[in-house]
Design a protein around this ligand. Structure first.
Ligand code: ADP
Length: 491
């Protein structure tokens, strides 16, 4: 397949819809701009797909489905290995593009490309392990066979905070399972997605197997994904409010849905933990992706007896963070994605302070020198956080560490679980029994024990309660794209 699109990352307008193996403009001729959140500079102009384009992409995916599903798992796996190889070869290019459109520090962008590539290799391997099973029957003349087959055409919607890994986390298992896909990336970060699709094009994936629709307005895409009979499944990563909306829309046709939504992670530091080590972990995971991660700790609970040591170490580390453009040396905190996010930080800090919280460090927008044109907010520590404050309930999605004190294990567990969310949680303790007790009691999909990064392509990622449905990565990640069929045979 030849590539006809202009290189991504330039100011040239890009034909960025990839439908049925061809690059093309939106049917409406529309386009939209992509801007660098650190400077406001124009990074690219891409096609603004609409409903007609999504329909065309779904039709192409439906047409490609039977042949793709009929390939052997080994053949599909071979494509994923090749996509992995090319992504690894192009990792620096992808990382730079991601920093330009998302703002994350280049080192973090490189780590993300690696994480994204991990899903390709993991599912290249898992493709061959879509095992069924046989089940003994109570009837001597009966046999049971459990078989798995691809769900069908998948509509995928991804967010801007992890522009490349959220794509491979969905596309790799879908292709491995024998599904075909239409992807709509976030409007803030389409360039990385385009680059991923260039790779899919280069490896010669059959036309229609993977399709890309970039769009300025996501709503018609969501409408089409959830109402078009040719789409069997919707996979979405993003906010809880949009996830609920899409799930509601998808109910009418009982489509399968996987939803990876918001979080409000508790971070528990018990009296037997090393407060300095815990503070180091809290600081690192709090500023991960400038706090724009669904696993970001939103409520930090520390035992009263070590509060002073913990808050001191946390404040010292957070204050030391270097904020700036992701391309600058030594920067560990980049800009927020947009101006609205900066306003949300200001609002949550003002609300907390008005209700009695103390700003230990930060607390305001940064606009000196080079930071003036970007969406920068100072890494912040707030103490004295109480349940009546907005930050205690609302997802912050920014670099604010909000600290609350507790007196007993039971109280800490109750406070940690006092949320509608249930994605990640963190526990710092040196007591093995307590670690097990608390891990079992926390109503979250993931628990990190003295560990701020309980994520991997090999491990199931996902939430309970309003944090979503289904799991991504691991063996579970493949099952999300497989239907289960029981065959009962009378012999
Ligand atoms: P965030 O607030 O973090 O941007 P969103 O849930 O708004 O999270 O966005 C995540 C993804 O969902 C993006 O790709 C966005 O374009 C898409 N999206 C937002 N609103 C809708 C909608 N109404 N229908 C379909 N997709 C949507």
């Amino acid at each position: 397949m030849t590539q006809t699109a202009a290189p991504a990352g330039t100011e040239t307008r890009i034909e960025s819809l990839y439908i049925d193996g061809k690059w093309r403009e939106a049917e409406s001729g529309g386009s939209f701009e992509v801007r660098d959140p650190a400077t406001g500079a124009l990074v690219g102009v891409v096609s603004g797909g609409g409903r007609a384009d999504v329909r065309a992409a779904i039709a192409a995916a439906a047409e490609a489905l039977p042949a793709w599903g009929a390939r052997t798992a080994y053949e599909r796996s071979a494509y994923l290995y090749e996509i992995h190889r090319r992504m690894t070869d192009r990792s620096e290019e992808l990382a730079q593009l991601m920093t330009a459109e998302n703002g994350k520090p280049i080192r973090a962008a490189r780590i993300e490309v690696q994480y994204a590539a991990d899903f390709l290799i993991w599912f290249a391997e898992e493709a061959k392990r879509a095992y069924g099973r046989t089940i003994p029957s109570s009837r001597a003349d009966q046999r049971f066979l459990v078989m798995h087959g691809p769900v069908g055409v998948v509509g995928a919607i991804t967010p801007w905070n992890y522009p490349v890994s959220m794509i491979t986390r969905k596309i790799a298992p879908a292709l491995a399972a024998g599904c075909t896909v239409v992807l709509k990336p976030a409007e803030q970060t389409p360039l990385t997605a385009i680059e991923v699709f260039r790779i899919l094009d280069e490896v010669g994936l059959p036309p229609g197997v993977a399709n890309l629709v970039t769009a300025a307005d996501p709503r018609p895409v969501g409408q089409e994904f959830t109402t078009n009979r040719a789409v069997a499944k919707l996979t979405f990563t993003g906010s809880t409010s949009v996830g609920k909306l899409l799930a509601r829309q998808a109910t009418d046709q009982m489509k399968r849905v996987s939803l990876e939504l918001g979080g409000h992670a508790p971070f528990l530091v018990f009296e037997d933990a090393d407060p300095v080590h815990a503070a180091k972990g809290a600081a690192m995971v709090k500023v991960l992706n400038t706090g724009q991660a669904c696993i970001s700790p939103n409520r930090i609970y520390v035992h009263r007896s070590i509060e002073k040591a913990f808050v001191g170490a946390l404040t010292e580390r957070i204050t030391r963070m270097k904020v700036g453009s992701g391309m600058s040396d030594g920067v560990n905190v980049g800009p927020l994605i947009d101006e609205d996010s900066v306003r949300r930080m200001e609002r949550q800090v003002a609300d907390a302070v008005a209700k009695g919280a103390t700003v230990e460090t930060g607390g305001a927008r940064l606009s000196q020198d080079d930071l003036r044109a970007g969406n920068f907010f100072a890494p912040t520590v707030l103490t004295g956080i109480t349940p009546d404050m907005d930050i205690y309930r609302e997802e912050t999605f920014g670099p604010i560490a909000a600290v609350t004190v507790f007196d007993s294990e039971a109280e800490a567990i109750a406070m940690a679980n006092d949320t509608e969310y249930g994605l990640a949680s963190y526990v710092y303790t040196h007591d093995l029994s307590r670690a097990m007790r608390v891990a079992e009691a926390l109503k979250f999909g993931m628990v990190g024990i003295n560990d701020i990064n309980p994520t991997s392509a090999a491990a199931p990622f996902g939430g309970v309660k309003e944090s979503g449905l289904g799991r991504e990565g691991a063996r579970e990640g493949l099952l999300e794209y497989l239907d289960t069929k029981l065959v009962g045979i009378a012999i």
